[in-house]
Design a protein around this ligand. Structure first.
Ligand code: G3H
Ligand code: 13P
Ligand code: ZN
Length: 325
């Protein structure tokens, strides 16, 4: 199976009423971890690549890691997505590399400017059958630096945004934030906003900042010399509620970072003589595989790789007709 576009993946998820985790990858071990979990559980796979990951891999390495992943797993539906693209130029770079989905994140712009940049990416990407995710509202975490405040997504404005842009999926702000430190106390999320937004947009919704930051992963890091503070992530139960109400793509990066860090710290603490990379990157890869597999089960995508049929040209045409393009 060649790489598949995001819209096929998210429409399958809509049909089956489940969510698909989108996991950030920067190196071979992460790509392998996500693919191994997908293969073990027969789950569709979304690999996502940030601008930082493009830079870290000098683009060409990530391009070929993805090729290797597809070659190794010919029966698995795999999407490759640009995470938090900032300009049309970045989207073009990703499409040239063979990505089948791009995000244009204009959420820090005023509404009209967000519409304008998103429209330009939709017009370009759709020529190549590439799906587009946009974002409306602002999360906490990394985006606080840009916006200075958290703004939950307004359902009516979301409806207007989707009509004006023709975007394929929409990332919403309901109280999640990026990184390991999401909530001081108990998690506070506006899950009730999800059906209200979905009602207005009728396209798959995306939840960024969805790592659950499991205490056992943080404890493992601290037990072996790390210094992470008390923190909390997004409870799996809340994500499942969001999925039941229209969220289809769930972004997870931090949990893989935590899993890898804990595993590596444990090897270094217990076996200080180790200096073969494989002796610590191997356990890191195993720990990330376990996290991804657990999310695939919890989000409901496990088993659904078997539902996929190859997309025909007619499917693609009808998709765009349904969407009004
Ligand atoms: O949302 C951001 C992702 O966690 C990617 O992070 O920009 O450090 O690669 P990064
Ligand atoms: P986390 O930091 O919660 O893993 O979120 C990742 C993300 O949203 C990537 O776009
Ligand atoms: Zn994000």
């Amino acid at each position: 199976m060649p790489l598949i576009p995001m819209y096929q993946c998210l429409h399958e998820a809509e049909k089956g009423n489940y969510g698909v985790g989108a996991f950030n990858v920067n190196n071979m071990e992460q790509v392998q971890a996500v693919l191994r979990a997908g293969r073990e559980l027969s789950s569709p796979v979304i690999l996502q690549v940030s601008r930082g990951a493009l830079k870290y891999t000098n683009r060409i390495y990530i391009k070929h890691l993805v090729r290797a992943a597809v070659e190794e797993n010919p029966d698995l539906p795999v999407v490759v997505h640009l995470d938090h693209g900032d300009t049309l130029e970045t989207a073009k770079i990703a499409i040239d590399l063979g990505f089948t989905s791009v995000m244009i994140d204009g959420s820090h712009f005023p509404f009209a400017q967000n519409v304008e940049v998103t429209r330009s990416v939709v017009a370009y990407a759709h020529q190549y059958g590439v799906s587009v995710e946009a974002e409306l509202g602002t999360l906490g975490g990394i985006e606080e630096d840009v916006s200075g405040h958290v703004q939950l997504t307004d359902p009516a404005q979301a409806g207007e945004f989707v009509r004006q842009t023709g975007v394929d999926s929409l990332a919403v702000a309901i109280g999640t934030s990026h990184g390991a430190y999401k909530f001081k106390g108990a998690a506070k999320l506006a899950i009730d906003l999800v059906p209200k937004i979905y009602e207005q947009v009728r396209i798959p919704l995306v939840l960024h900042g969805s790592s659950s930051v499991p205490p056992e992963l943080v404890q493992r890091i601290n037990e072996y010399g790390g210094q992470m503070e008390q923190t909390a992530g997004v409870p799996i139960a809340s994500i499942q509620q969001a999925i039941a109400r229209g969220v289809r793509k769930i972004n997870v990066d931090t949990d893989l970072r935590l899993a890898a860090t804990g595993a590596i710290r444990q090897v270094f603490a217990e076996s200080p003589a180790v200096f073969d990379l494989r002796d610590y990157l191997g356990p890191a890869r195993d720990a990330m595989t376990a996290v991804v597999a657990s999310r695939m089960k919890d989000f409901g995508s496990a088993g659904h790789a078997r539902d996929y049929q190859p997309l025909t040209l007619d499917d693609m045409r009808s998709f765009y007709r349904v969407r009004g393009f």
